[in-house]
Design a protein. Structure first.
Ligand SMILES: [Zn+2]
Length: 310
């Protein structure tokens, strides 16, 4: 049983839409049989029987599959002749065959709209049902720490935030988003995505990634999917040594608190390639890997990409 089917069997994600599979469009496949046949010379050897060209019926609707739940994602194909498509307000990056990736925020509502605009100006709309989740919410009877960073901190922080922003909005030419993600390393999950404290009724910010601890520092971790390194920096004030990998289609990973980074900005990395070693640099209570995934501005739950920790 695959990890993902185990999750489904456990009923955690019961009710997800089933996969919708369509034959992929073969490059150069004739859309019908009415193509003119090239004249043959008499001396030519018998031509091979024409390959049965599978006729690809036009897709009149979206097809997709994935994890239709808060913090989850879908991959799919837009209707034929779509020139653009959106999920809610977010434009989808369609590849040449109309394949796309889209994802649902931790706080997404139960209904989201996929909309394609066709070449003839018509639109195709598909309503998605996004399952809500029970987040790990802890109510504590203490006041939230007074916010407001000092001026000197923000002088240091702002360029860091700018660098992170630039790295996360990069749009690299990579198909990592089409891969089935793997765990960057195995260990104990010491912090789950989406967990949140509420301080005397005032919500703190939720945990934006997943924490993996191995009981020490220095364990190697690998790329969960292929991509391009868009940021590899040391000593950021909160993140410490920080690495960001762009998986394409608006999807990217960040790895925080590293003790060592083994790749450089601009490097192409393959799934499973060594990226560095975990640590406790920056603001961390102990050595662990904080892995966060984002699709544009939407924060996602890594466990919905990998399945349960083996
Ligand atoms: Zn974390």
């Amino acid at each position: 049983m695959t990890p993902k089917s185990a999750l489904i069997a456990a009923g955690l994600f019961a009710g997800l839409a089933a996969c919708t599979v369509v034959p992929s469009v073969e490059a150069g496949a004739a859309p019908d049989d009415s193509q003119p046949v090239a004249p043959r010379t008499v001396a030519a050897p018998p031509a091979p029987a024409p390959a049965s060209t599978p006729t690809t019926p036009a897709r009149t609707d979206f097809t997709y599959s994935g994890e239709l739940t808060q913090g989850g994602w879908i991959r799919g194909q837009a209707p034929s002749n779509a020139v653009s498509a959106t999920l809610g307000e977010t434009p989808l990056l369609l590849d040449e065959e109309g394949n796309f990736f889209a994802a649902f925020d931790r706080d997404a509502g139960t209904s989201e709209l996929l909309v394609a605009t066709l070449a003839n100006g018509e639109t195709v709309t598909r309503e998605l049902t996004v399952l809500p989740r029970d987040w790990d919410i802890e109510r504590v009877n203490v006041a939230r720490r007074a916010g407001g960073a000092s001026e000197s901190f923000m002088r240091r922080r702002q360029p860091e935030l700018d660098a992170i922003w630039d790295a996360r909005i990069a749009n690299s030419d990579t198909n990592g988003w089409k891969e089935d993600f793997i765990w960057p390393l195995t260990g104990r999950i010491s912090g789950r995505f989406g967990s949140q404290r509420i301080y005397r009724g005032e919500p703190g910010s939720y945990h934006s990634g997943i924490d993996i601890a191995t009981g020490g520092s220095g364990n190697p971790f690998v790329a969960p999917a292929s991509g391009v390194v868009t940021l590899a920096v040391e000593d950021f004030s909160l993140e410490g040594n920080l690495l960001i990998i762009d998986h394409g289609a608006g999807l990217n990973s960040a790895f925080l608190h590293l003790s060592e980074i083994a790749v450089e900005e601009g490097d192409r990395v393959e799934q499973g390639q060594l990226l560095g070693r975990i640590g406790s640099s920056g603001r961390a209570t102990g050595p662990h890997l904080h892995w966060s995934l984002k699709w544009h501005l939407t924060r996602l739950d890594p466990i919905l990409f990998t399945g349960p920790m083996p």
